[in-house]
Ligand binder design. Structure first.
Ligand code: GDP
Length: 440
């Protein structure tokens, strides 16, 4: 933590401009900003689709794709080139060439989009939980290929839908993909749409928040441009991009106390201690003091980047890099929360959760996931079974909760963790998601 002989914890305090951040935000005619996650069964075509989207939008150039295509050809997998676009950007990020989460960003005339978390990560589910906890909406990618849709249903399609809904995502765009492999059969599209609409509605997605687009991610049909293939003339609806633009981002929790979950911690030439994340609630400006939880250490905001651009301030919903000073970096970790020191998030050793069970629940060890935060804990007791619709108690102190049931459970943590009412957490056990719910 040494910079030119000066420890960052001893640096002079940054000066504040004492701005009225909320009125600054109102004045700045910023574009609508929206973040989304891309989920779906492995090999459904998620990476290819996002690569193609970025290519067709001109975010990446044809030369880059051509280079990747040549590399892909060497291993006999030309089709991998597009999927590598996202991977390559993740790698660039790891090497420190570009900064952080903002890597997969693109803009249209109306909206600045962020693709949260490149799909295809190793540790996918925890990443998806982190992404979904920040997402305004989701794209669910489905492989329409013969047999593929059916095996996807048995696989991750349903689990992912349930997870993102549990994390509070309510708007979902279903991209029925690879329709080129079934000659753009409208019958196949309708059959899949019918089945998916059924389980999405059972999962808690309202029909008005669910839309379906027939696409070929590989060829770019109905992503940015309408397909010109006569075989798909039966489709007169919107493209995937139009559906994204038509989606309303969540309301920003501007008036609430400042909260940001740390997605990444890194150092650069400009700053010995930077964190990145999406501001969950409230606002901040340069010079502000913040509190890091659970360490309880104070730090100061030296500078802020909003979507890679320097800014004096930032508000809820924005993706930021915040450079901190006057703190020992050992107190700042991924998954921690930085917050308003006057109204800090509490650190708790146990909490009550209104949980939807995906598996049998009983007193047992669990991992608690919230954003990038993971913590070991255990289900200590089950207070009650609840009616799914009204939330009223149907049975007190049951021994076990069956999959699909809603229960009030008490979770005890192995250490103090920053958590508060209204947050959503996921419980996992042995690599499986066993429950998700809302802190009471
Ligand atoms: P992911 O695991 O969901 O990210 O899937 P990938 O993007 O890696 O794609 C898996 C495979 O499906 C690759 O071989 C892609 O080339 C292929 N693929 C993806 N989209 C399409 C499509 O629209 N049409 C066809 N025919 N193949 C596709």
């Amino acid at each position: 933590s040494e910079v030119k002989g000066l420890k960052i914890e001893d640096a002079p305090l940054p000066r504040s401009k004492n701005l009225d951040v909320l009125s600054e935000f109102e004045k700045s005619e910023s574009k609508k900003a929206a973040s989304f996650v891309v989920v779906g069964h492995v090999d459904a075509g998620k990476s290819t689709m996002m690569g193609r989207l970025l290519l067709d939008l001109g975010v990446i150039d044809q030369r880059t794709v051509e280079k990747l295509r040549q590399e892909a050809e060497k291993i006999g997998k030309t089709s991998f080139a597009l999927a590598w676009v996202l991977d390559q950007r993740v790698e660039e990020r790891a090497r420190g060439v570009t900064i952080d989460i903002a890597t997969n960003r693109f803009e249209t005339e109306t909206t600045a989009f962020t693709i949260l978390d490149a799909p295809g990560h190793r540790d996918f589910i925890p990443n998806m939980i982190a992404g979904a906890s920040q997402a305004d909406f989701a794209i669910l990618v489905i492989d329409a290929g013969t047999g593929a849709f059916e095996s996807g249903l048995k696989g991750q399609t349903k689990e992912h839908s349930l997870l993102i809904r549990s994390m509070g995502v309510s708007r979902i765009i279903v991209a029925i993909n690879k329709l080129d492999t079934v000659d753009w059969s409208q019958e196949r599209f309708d059959e899949i749409r019918h089945q998916v609409a059924g389980f999405l509605s059972a999962t808690g997605f309202q029909a008005k928040n669910t839309t379906f687009v027939p696409v070929s991610g590989l060829n770019g049909d109905n992503l940015v441009r309408k397909s010109s293939d006569p075989a798909v003339s039966w489709y007169t609806g919107a493209t995937l991009l139009e559906e994204l633009e038509n989606s309303e981002p969540n309301k920003r929790a501007l008036a609430k106390p400042f909260r940001t979950t740390i997605s990444e911690v890194f150092r650069s030439q400009q700053s010995p201690l930077s964190i990145s994340g999406r501001i969950d609630a409230g606002s901040v400006q340069m010079g502000d003091a913040i509190l890091v939880q659970p360490s309880g250490e104070k730090a100061y905001i030296k500078s802020i980047l909003v979507d890679e651009t320097p800014s004096d301030w930032a508000v809820a919903g924005q993706n930021v890099v915040i450079n901190l000073s006057n703190i020992d970096p050992m107190h700042v970790r991924v998954g921690d929360i930085i917050c308003d020191p006057a109204k800090p998030i509490p650190c708790v050793e146990s909490f009550t959760l209104k949980a939807l069970a995906f598996d049998f629940l009983m007193p047992m060890q669990v991992d608690v996931h919230r954003g990038r935060l993971h913590a070991a804990g255990k289900i200590e007791s089950i207070s009650a079974l609840l009616d799914k619709v009204t939330g009223s108690v149907t049975k007190k102190k049951p021994k076990i909760v069956k999959p699909g049931m809603v229960a009030r459970i008490v979770v005890k943590l192995g250490s103090k963790v920053p958590l508060e009412a209204g947050q959503r957490v996921v419980l996992r056990s042995g690599g499986e998601t066993v429950a998700a719910g809302l802190l009471e």
